[in-house]
Design a protein around this ligand. Structure first.
Ligand SMILES: Nc1ncnc2c1ncn2[C@@H]1O[C@H](COP(=O)(O)OP(=O)(O)O)[C@@H](O)[C@H]1O
Ligand SMILES: [Mg+2]
Length: 236
């Protein structure tokens, strides 16, 4: 058990915008709901743009979606409210909190990430996404050292890959030396781009390759995060 909390917090983050934090966050919530119906999932949207909290309406019960925006200036009251919501929800082993965050440096939201078991960091392989991603990971790593914490574990998700791309060595070379694990990749699909204005969840992508990739990602999260595999790797 990490932080004395039986449940698991999962934080979607990246300094870079447009990498797929909200998209992967929303589809992952919907997929976990499908493959692990026993879970009690709460989603917290901290992005002032309120993308995921408004789009997930109808896909999660109203009291399982929280919009708690964190802006640039220090907002101690919001941070401590989020803190309280996470701690009270994660009292049960089958509870998970999934947090979608805005682009930007980790800053004060670190205190929220520190309550989480895992951070999920999407990136494409383009250098304009990878450079800030690497900076972001380096900053989280140094905070973990400062706080003497093995969590949040970091999972990098290659997103918006070309469906023909089979060579991930570029990504491994760049992030392989960092303290991260790499999840199965997600490709770029027009069906996903089209869902960004009117999100209907998994049912809008049934029988697509994207559905299969989100399923693999959710299974990876289940096996590595929910069953505690990453905890045992890092506890050694
Ligand atoms: N795998 C994907 N395939 C196609 N489009 C994607 C994919 N992932 C994200 N997008 C699109 O990229 C844009 C940015 O994604 P978003 O999730 O809003 O990023 P972030 O939350 O990191 O800013 C959206 O228009 C979204 O539909
Ligand atoms: Mg977003």
């Amino acid at each position: 058990m990490i932080n004395g909390l039986p449940g698991k917090g999962i934080f979607f983050g990246n300094m870079k915008g447009g990498v797929g934090k909200s998209t992967l966050c929303m589809f992952t919530v919907d997929m976990l709901k499908t493959i692990k119906p026993e879970l009690d999932i709460m989603m917290i949207d901290t992005d002032p743009q309120a993308t995921s909290s408004s789009m997930m309406k109808g896909l999660l019960p109203e009291d399982r979606i929280r919009f708690m925006p964190i802006g640039d200036r220090f907002d101690g009251a919001v941070l401590s409210t989020i803190d309280g919501v996470i701690k009270s929800h994660l009292m049960d082993e089958d509870s998970i909190v999934i947090i979608d965050s805005a682009a930007g440096r980790i800053g004060n939201i670190w205190q929220v990430a520190l309550l989480c078991n895992t951070m999920i960091i999407p990136t494409s392989l383009s250098w304009t996404d990878m450079a800030p991603t690497i900076d972001y990971i380096a900053e989280i790593d140094s905070r973990k050292v400062d706080y003497d914490s093995i969590t949040p574990h970091i999972i990098v998700v290659p997103n918006r890959m070309s469906p023909n791309q089979k060579d991930y060595s570029q990504l491994y070379n760049k992030v392989g030396e960092l303290n991260v694990v790499i999840a199965p990749p997600v490709c770029d699909y027009s069906v996903v781009r089209h869902s960004s204005h009117n999100f209907l969840g998994l049912k809008s992508v049934e029988q697509t390759r994207f559905y299969g990739e989100i399923e693999k990602l959710a299974q990876f999260i289940t096996s590595h995060v929910l069953t505690g595999k990453l905890d045992s790797i890092y506890e050694e």
